[in-house]
Each structure stands twice: as structure tokens, then as C-alpha cells.
Design a protein around this ligand. Structure first.
Ligand code: NAD
Length: 343
């Protein structure tokens, strides 16, 4: 089978997930990896038998064997790296979040449009089995019109590596909202088939993080929120309540779901279930796929290669990713300025 030759940019924690994903995709082949920490790039290259490991991005971008890149580095470098890659003619799949600001995200899309190069946000949850099954049922009309949704990812105690780029606003763009909220927001709007927000009202908190010993030790390097809540109004009148935490006093260690409330039924994503009135009484149905799933591989990596080989239409569109970034920007602006942000 013909393979797309991939260069991996970023050999950190999640870079290994990308490497595993491309290794499993039959139509992709990892030919190079780069990380500013050369040792990490070399270790990952050894573990995944990747022929070339580089200590800087430019050398990877100059490598003519690389057709496309997968970017998985700290958020602050996403936009600039995607633009540089496209300028050298490489197609790009970028891990979330898109950028630190809508302006930066728009620059990326402008560059992709100008050069006619494939650029895609690699939103992994879109390809999950549950998402695909629920999407099929929603498209078939089982939920009716979705007028409200709740999307949340709430960790009781799950700050990722205090003191690293994750907890520094200049490098991450924010805390759990941009780190976790972005996933649930994207998949929620995708399931609603509605990427048309008109306003956002939000609040962010940093109540619990300062109490952590490791945060006190890290001092000024924890300057993001530990919990965020937002109400998003859509143009058609629908509303979305979005919440994300790294720290929150709650019963479970982790709560994560998209709950859709429609005119015919309610639907939850994890696990994928329908709640509705039936002749025999109120019923709760575990949904199964009505037919073969559209992305039976459940892999954003294989999908990216499929797109580059002309076998699939890009699932995550530029407009959708810009809408998600617009909302995230507005969440932080609303919280900062203590007011509703209308678009
Ligand atoms: N889709 C998901 O579910 C998911 C999960 C985890 C992380 N992520 C995203 O992946 C990205 C990386 O997260 P991580 O957990 O792997 O972080 P990490 O800190 O473990 O790894 C980041 C790597 O990037 C390298 N690096 C830093 N700046 C660089 C640059 N300018 N050029 C090249 N390499 C550079 C670092 O040396 C490090 O090896 C983040 O954007 C994060 O949001 C996505």
C-alpha cells in the first residue's frame, strides 16, 4: 500500500501517542521525528524505528522525504510551527488546541488557503466509536432539534505536570478550559452540527491550585485557572454549558460527557445512550451502530493519510476549528472582563 511519509514534530508524552497511531495506520509511515530536546527525538526514533531524528524543526522541514507533519508540542508554538511547515510545502495535522488566540489560528488558515495545503486539527474524539455512533443517530433524526447541551470534563485532582508549560499561561494559553474543554466543546458542536456561536459568558477560578504543595513550590509558574465554566449562545437559540477542571471538589475522580437535550430525545455520549418517552414508558437505550461506521479505523492518523491520498474528505474543517478557538478566546476574555462577549 502507498504510504504518506510523516514527520513527527514533538517527542514528548503525547508525541508517543502520535507515533503509535501512525505506526498502526496502514497508509502512513513515520520517516522522521524532531524535538528541541534531541535526546527525546532519538529515543522515540529508536522505540518506533523511525530512520531520522533531529534536534530542531528546521532540519525536519528541510528533509525532502517528509511529505506531511504531525505537530504535538506546547500550545504556544502551534500556530508558528504549522505556518513554517506549510511554507516548506508540508501538509499539517496539528494537535489541540489550535492556538493561543483566534488571530493566530486565522493566520494558519490563511496560509493553508494561500498555499493550497492540507491543514487539519487532529481532534481525536471525533473519531471515537461512541462519537460516530451518536452522530449517525442524530443525523437520522432520533434526537430532534438539540436546544441545549452540557459538555464537561471535570477532574477532581488532575493538574498536568505543575510548573511545566501546562501551567504557564504564556505557553499554554490557559488551564483546563483550553486543555480539556477544547475536546468536549469541539465534539459537542460537531454532534449538534452547530458551529455558529453568538455570545459567551464565562468565569474562571483559581481557588484550589494555590492550596497544593507542589503549586506553592512552583510559585509563579502556576498562573492559569483550575476550573472554568461558560454559557455559549448559538445563533439558532440553542445554548451550551461548558465546564472543565483540573481541580474540583466532587464525588468522582473524573466526570466527562456531552449531554444533548433535543425535542425528541436526550442523548449522552459516554456511554452513548438515548433517553426518551416510549409507548411502554420512559426508556434508556444503549445505542449501537446502525451500519458500518464511517471511520471504522477510529484513527485520526489514518484519516489524515486518507485525506492526503484523496480517499476521504477532511472531517475537521477550518471553519469549525476557528469557531472553537473563537469560543475559547471569548471564555477567557469574558472571565477577564467580567462581561458577556458577543460576536
Ligand atoms: N489530543 C489529545 O488528547 C492530547 C493529549 C495530550 C496532549 N495533547 C497536546 O499535545 C501537545 C504536547 O503535549 P505533551 O503532553 O506531549 O507535552 P510534553 O511536554 O510531554 O512534550 C512536548 C515536547 O515538545 C518539545 N518541544 C517544545 N517546544 C518545541 C518546539 N518549539 N519545537 C519542537 N519541539 C518542542 C519538548 O521538548 C517536549 O518533548 C500539547 O499541545 C497538548 O495540548 C493532546
Amino acid at each position: 500500500m502507498d504510504t504518506v511519509k510523516i514527520g513527527l514534530i514533538g517527542a514528548g508524552n503525547w508525541g508517543r501517542n502520535h507515533a503509535t497511531g501512525y505506526t498502526r495506520a496502514p497508509n502512513a509511515e513515520l520517516v522522521a521525528v524532531a524535538d528541541t530536546d534531541r535526546t527525546r527525538a532519538e529515543e522515540l526514533a529508536k522505540d518506533f524505528r523511525i530512520p531520522n531524528a533531529y534536534g530542531d524543526i528546521d532540519t525536519l522541514l528541510a528533509d525532502e522525504s517528509v511529505e506531511a507533519v504531525s505537530i504535538v508540542i506546547p500550545n504556544a508554538f502551534h500556530a508558528e510551527t504549522a505556518i513554517r511547515a506549510m511554507e516548506t510545502g508540508k501538509a499539517v495535522m496539528l494537535d489541540k488546541p489550535f492556538a493561543l488566540s483566534l488571530t493566530d489560528a486565522e493566520r494558519v488558515v490563511e496560509k493553508a488557503r494561500e498555499l493550497g495545503i492540507t491543514f487539519m486539527m487532529g481532534m481525536n474524539q471525533r473519531f471515537a466509536r461512541d462519537t460516530q455512533i451518536l452522530k449517525e443517530h442524530i443525523t437520522a433524526g432520533l434526537v430532534g432539534e438539540v436546544y441545549h447541551a452540557k459538555a464537561y470534563w471535570l477532574r477532581r485532582s488532575g493538574v498536568p505536570r505543575v510548573g511545566t508549560w501546562f501551567t504557564q499561561k504564556e505557553l499554554s494559553g490557559g488551564g483546563p478550559m483550553i486543555d480539556l474543554g477544547v475536546h468536549l466543546l469541539d465534539v459537542c458542536l460537531y454532534l449538534m452540527d452547530n458551529f455558529d456561536p453568538v455570545s459567551v459568558t464565562a468565569a474562571t477560578y483559581n481557588q484550589l491550585a494555590p492550596q497544593l504543595q507542589k503549586v506553592r513550590e512552583a510559585g509563579a509558574t502556576y498562573n492559569v485557572e483550575d476550573f472554568a465554566t461558560a454559557m455559549i449562545r448559538m445563533r439558532n437559540g440553542a445554548t451550551v454549558q461548558l465546564e472543565a477542571s483540573w481541580l474540583l471538589h466532587q464525588e468522582q475522580g473524573n466526570r466527562q460527557n456531552v449531554e444533548l437535550y433535543g425535542t425528541k430525545a436526550g442523548a449522552y455520549l459516554y456511554p452513548v445512550r438515548l433517553h426518551r418517552e416510549a409507548a411502554s414508558g420512559y426508556e434508556h437505550i444503549e445505542l449501537q451502530s446502525p451500519r458500518e461506521l464511517p471511520f471504522s479505523h477510529c484513527s485520526r492518523y489514518q484519516h489524515f493519510a486518507d485525506v492526503l491520498q484523496g480517499k476521504a474528505e477532511q472531517l475537521v474543517s477550518w471553519e469549525q476549528s476557528l469557531a472553537v478557538q473563537r469560543i475559547l478566546d471569548a471564555v477567557y476574555q469574558s472571565a477577564r472582563e467580567d462581561r458577556e462577549i458577543a460576536f
